[in-house]
Design a binder for this molecule. Sequence first.
Ligand code: NAG
Ligand code: NAG
Ligand code: NAG
Ligand code: NAG
Ligand code: NAG
Ligand code: NAG
Ligand code: NAG
Length: 477
Amino acid sequence: MYSSFFSYNVSRPYPFRWFTPVVVVGGIFVTIAISVISVSTSGYQLVSVSSSDANATEAGKTLFSRSLGPLIGSMRPACASATIPLNTVMYTNNTAFRYSLTDVSMVDEYGSLKHQGSLVYHNNPLKNCTISGIQIEFEGMQRPAANIAQQMQGVSTLTSIGCNVETSQGTMTINLTAAYNYLPDDQALYNGKFSFLGRSASTQGSLYWGESLLLMYWLNLTNAFYLENKTPGFQFYKGSVSLSRDVSLPSDAADVESLDFFTNLGCYFLPFSGTSLEPLVEYCASSKLSDLVHASGDDDHPLPSIWTSVDTLSKALYYTILTDLGQEDALYINLLTDATLLTYFTSNFTAINESVSADKHPWGENLGTDPALATAPFTDTIAAAFDLRVNPSVLTADYLCQIPQLKPTGSLIISVLIADLVLLQTIWHVFQLVINYILGMRHPKMRFCEGCERSGSLLSDMEEETLKMGAYGAVSD
Ligand SMILES: *[C@@H]1O[C@H](CO)[C@@H](O)[C@H](O)[C@H]1NC(C)=O
Ligand SMILES: *[C@@H]1O[C@H](CO)[C@@H](O)[C@H](O)[C@H]1NC(C)=O
Ligand SMILES: *[C@@H]1O[C@H](CO)[C@@H](O)[C@H](O)[C@H]1NC(C)=O
Ligand SMILES: *[C@@H]1O[C@H](CO)[C@@H](O)[C@H](O)[C@H]1NC(C)=O
Ligand SMILES: *[C@@H]1O[C@H](CO)[C@@H](O)[C@H](O)[C@H]1NC(C)=O
Ligand SMILES: *[C@@H]1O[C@H](CO)[C@@H](O)[C@H](O)[C@H]1NC(C)=O
Ligand SMILES: *[C@@H]1O[C@H](CO)[C@@H](O)[C@H](O)[C@H]1NC(C)=O
């Protein structure tokens, strides 16, 4: 007979009654277990998505990541940090003010300040925010005509803020500015009048009252400036007031109510100059609001009627911004979370609303209040409707994330099938190896083909015993 290079195995059925059920039932169990493992290890692919909450996306779970976490390894969601360049305009996730990033700096290992061109940001909470200054600009005829038609006098404010952010590169100091002008020059940018994007009286009670205070005292201030400026004596064309507070001083309720809350004040006003040259500038001779309010209105203490509104508008800016930035400090009282202070500062709302109601004034002073904001004071009877608190906040940015996603059905089936076949085959071979070893040990004749065994019935029991001992050493039967 010809003998080929390739050969085949002679096979014999296993002589165990339990073998078939064990292999069938065990096979089904093992197949299911292997399929689950291969879906979780090779059934997922990473896809790119953009997310506004990097931490929530990174904490996301797939069906198997809880139980089989270590097997999945790198198949976990991951987000890249966002790079926010200087001058970017952004919101916090409370969506109140627009902030401009003006500076990013850190103290390097040699102790010197290093300015960065951008902030590498990963949803980090803002810490230790302080208001470093508030600048109020009075503007009149230089504004767009459409704005003058609505309100003769304009006021724009710019608040400077410093915060710390703990990033992966170290603790950064970031500087932001926030502008407020109810009737902004660039109306297209603000869609008409300034308003917070995410306004909600029920879920953001403190910010709602903050914005109401801003509008009321912006109206009261622009009207007061206009009325007093109309009288002979003062004829100011432009003006500027800057206020700041020693932020290391703690503040209590009496401090917040006090006219000396802002420890440093500077102002100057420019009368209209017919020659456009060197107008006579009027400076405030005092750096205290309490002096200016009670002054008689001489050249060094101009416009006594504007200072209470300047004070309340600035405090409203101060606390609304700290609230928007999620700053809560037990040492410092916040006028937007303290019901007594809020009652005090909104107590004139009815009078102001009355003073600006639409038909009260002629052309040029007819900007009314916003019916979507509060026009009546905060009182105990309505307090229950508002949740006055500071919500934690982060700067909003878009993050590029990689998240695991189940493969499309076709490639999922193929990859599970391949993994199943490879593993099942391996397990089957190992199982066979073990069973064949045991079989050979217990019944050496089973190593012969059936024909050989029949002719081998010539073998005596003694010879069989010898065969066993020879092949496998002394094994007791
Ligand atoms: C988000 O995660 C980063 C680190 O990945 C952490 O520094 C930051 O504090 C987290 N932000 C929040 C709001 O938990
Ligand atoms: C915030 O200020 C406290 C007290 O001055 C300080 O201990 C803490 O390290 C500061 N946090 C950051 C992030 O700089
Ligand atoms: C940034 O803010 C900090 C804290 O308010 C302030 O000390 C610093 O002068 C500011 N830097 C710039 C460049 O505005
Ligand atoms: C400013 O508000 C007060 C109430 O605080 C009111 O009496 C006054 O008339 C208002 N001034 C103007 C110019 O609207
Ligand atoms: C309310 O108006 C009165 C009278 O005009 C004034 O004395 C008081 O300071 C005002 N209160 C606030 C918080 O502006
Ligand atoms: C505020 O004034 C408007 C008219 O300009 C009026 O309709 C509204 O009822 C007033 N609000 C309150 C609380 O008096
Ligand atoms: C803003 O983000 C912080 C931190 O992730 C979160 O605690 C807070 O609820 C968010 N606020 C809003 C209004 O979604």
